[in-house]
Ligand binder design. Structure first.
Ligand code: AGP
Length: 606
């Protein structure tokens, strides 16, 4: 999704904007541009192009730029092709704009306000610039106020007015904008990753509030013109934690960081060996007062929800649904005040998940969010939040966010089991003690990276690939399959292995790669039978198996051994193995692992 940066202060703005756009590349984009207020002429000049930030940098290096105030944008196309004129910033008359979101009524606005003549691009964003220019009579805030009450849709707008030197304005609805002020100047961005180079204190621009940024001041006001104090948050990420720190790709760094991220996520929530959410302000009656749980999430976060679903059914014997957030509102969900809805999201900005959460709360549900980015939209929309402590996750393919989401979920299950009297104190303590072993088990898998890299060599040429398992193993493989798909572009499909013989086994031919995961003792025999079925039809089987389950039967498949944990805890070490598999396949295919084609890290369009 689009990345936005804006700075006004006492430093050369060109490098600040370009470096920030490089930091925001992970959000996914196809074009980039900046607009700067030239110090000599006072003019607002735009430099933009379809392509990568490095091409924008080259364009800027060929130009004379001397400025301390500017805005920048990386565009993930929604309206109009990937061509220079559709890149942001857009300038109409005295107004220059960058935009993240979708203006739903842009065609009506063009017709009603006769904006056509001023337009050059195919984008809805340029219409926002034209509308602001139409309303502008010398008072930027007044023009913005009129525009935002006219626009329909989602928007994060960052605006320059020709005759307002060194001043940047911003207003948003749904699409995120965070901001801060430091000794060097005032800065805003689509997400906190771009602010880390300056400070770890920031605030979220509230929806429909107008931010005015000058080099040494910021003003936040509501649409009535009343001044509002920013609510500052602190991100406890080391200022350089969003760098690669010597790894070739962020994905590898983030896979390797998982043991520490898990520890950081669970440590403060285990008191005297027991799960404890007091420091998060999450009350016990949130869990004891609900009769149903409904998880809403997308992609990897939804896969984490599948694991929570298995645990809640297995340990709590409780009804729980996992809903694709993008389907949720259209599936006539049964929601009432006895429903606990759990929104899972790394970014906290996925609009499908945000809208599903809003829908559920409108229908009486209490909302608990499991989020990685503090102060994000979903966090602010929830009644309670449990933050994962994964640190910034830059690679599009989610890894440490996923396993830290799982860690929070295991704590929730343990807390609920204890509160409901299903687990005694001793049993709860034993469950938590096993959770504490996860980082070490993950390290054992990470120590097998060379073996897993060799296994990757067996699938690198595959066009199609199956991943088969039952129960919890199937849920593990749903996520493992997505990882492989999104970074290697191999068509991988996770299948409940017992279901194969009802059709899909027709697709198994000689040397079809089939990845199997076997970690659950009670279903192992059936899984082995299913593996033999595909093997007898020519499949090339790659088996990841919990070491203590392995025997002479599985030995014929030369399994990659996974460290021994209690069955329901095998999810996290097994997931690390599948993350590494996907990572090495992508690396060996020569792809840009961190920025897979077509994908964005934060999906802020429905
Ligand atoms: C996972 O590797 C993908 N990047 C994607 O499926 C992601 O999990 C999904 O878009 C949800 O993002 P969120 O966790 O930020 O809401």
């Amino acid at each position: 999704m689009c990345g936005i940066i804006g700075f006004t202060g006492k430093r050369d703005v060109k490098e600040i904007l370009l470096h920030a756009l490089e930091t925001l590349e992970y959000r996914g984009y196809d074009s980039a541009g900046i607009a700067v207020k030239q110090q000599k002429s006072g003019k607002t000049e735009i430099f933009k192009c379809a392509g990568r930030v490095r091409e924008l940098r080259a364009l800027c290096d060929r130009s004379e730029i001397s400025s301390e105030c500017g805005i920048g944008h990386t565009r993930w196309a929604t309206h109009g092709g990937v061509v220079n004129r559709n890149a942001h910033p857009h300038q109409v008359g005295k107004v220059t704009v960058v935009h993240n979101g979708i203006i739903e009524n842009y065609k009506e606005l063009i017709a009603y306000y006769k904006l056509e003549s001023g337009l050059d691009s195919e984008t809805d964003s340029e219409v926002a610039a034209a509308l602001l220019n139409h309303f502008y009579e010398g008072d930027p805030v007044a023009a913005i106020r009129k525009a935002v009450t006219t626009l329909r849709g989602t928007f994060a707008l960052v605006i320059l007015f020709d005759d307002q030197p060194d001043t940047i304005y911003s207003v948003r609805n749904v699409s995120p904008i965070v901001a801060t002020i430091s000794e060097e100047g005032a800065i805003l961005a689509s997400d906190v990753t771009a602010l880390c180079q300056f400070t770890n204190r920031y605030f979220v621009v509230p929806e429909y509030h107008i931010l005015t940024m000058k080099p040494d001041s910021i003003r936040l006001e509501n649409l009535k013109g009343e001044c509002v104090e920013p609510e500052y948050l602190t991100v406890d990420w080391e200022l350089n934690s969003s760098e690669k720190n010597g790894y070739p790709f962020y994905m590898e760094k983030e896979i390797m960081e998982q043991p520490d991220a898990i520890l950081k996520t669970i440590d403060k929530r285990i008191v005297d060996g027991m799960p404890d959410f007091a420091s998060d302000g999450v009350p016990d009656d949130l869990f004891t007062g609900c009769e149903r749980i409904c998880i809403v999430a997308c992609g990897t976060a939804m896969h984490a929800g599948l694991i929570l679903q298995s645990l809640v059914k297995r340990v709590l014997n409780m009804h729980i649904d996992v809903e694709l957030a993008s389907e949720f509102m259209y599936s006539d969900p049964v929601i009432d005040e006895k429903t606990l809805v759990i929104a899972v999201s790394q970014s906290g900005e996925t609009i499908d998940t945000l809208e599903a959460l809003k829908y559920a709360r409108r229908h009486g549900a209490k909302g608990l969010a499991i989020i990685n980015v503090k102060g994000s939209s979903i966090a602010r929309e929830s009644d309670y939040v449990l933050y994962t402590e994964a640190g910034p996750e830059i690679a599009v393919a989610s890894t440490k966010a996923y396993t830290t989401q799982l860690a929070v979920m295991y704590l929730i299950v343990a807390r609920m089991a204890y509160l409901k009297g299903i687990y005694s104190r001793e049993q709860t303590g034993a469950f938590i003690a096993e959770l504490r072993r996860v980082p070490e088990a993950m390290r054992e898998v990470l120590a097998k990276r060379d073996e897993i890299h060799r296994i990757a060599g067996r699938v690198i040429e595959a066009k199609d690939l199956f991943m088969i398992g039952r129960g919890l193993d199937y849920s593990i493989l749903m996520e493992g399959s997505l990882k492989l798909k999104e970074v290697s572009y191999i068509h991988s499909e996770a299948y409940a292995s017992g279901e194969l013989k009802h059709g899909p086994i027709a697709l198994i031919t000689q040397d079809t790669p089939v990845v199997a995961v076997v970690t659950q003792k009670k279903i192992r025999q059936k899984e082995i039978s299913n593996i033999r079925e595909v093997r007898s039809r020519g499949a090339s089987v790659i088996l990841f198996e919990k070491a203590e389950l392995a025997d002479e039967v599985s030995a014929e498949f030369a399994p990659c051994m996974l460290p021994d944990m209690q069955d329901e805890f095998m999810v996290m070490p097994a997931s690390v193995a599948l993350q590494l598999l996907a990572y090495y396949v992508s690396c060996d295919k020569g792809f840009d692992v961190d920025k897979p084609r077509n994908l964005a890290k934060v999906v802020t369009v429905e």
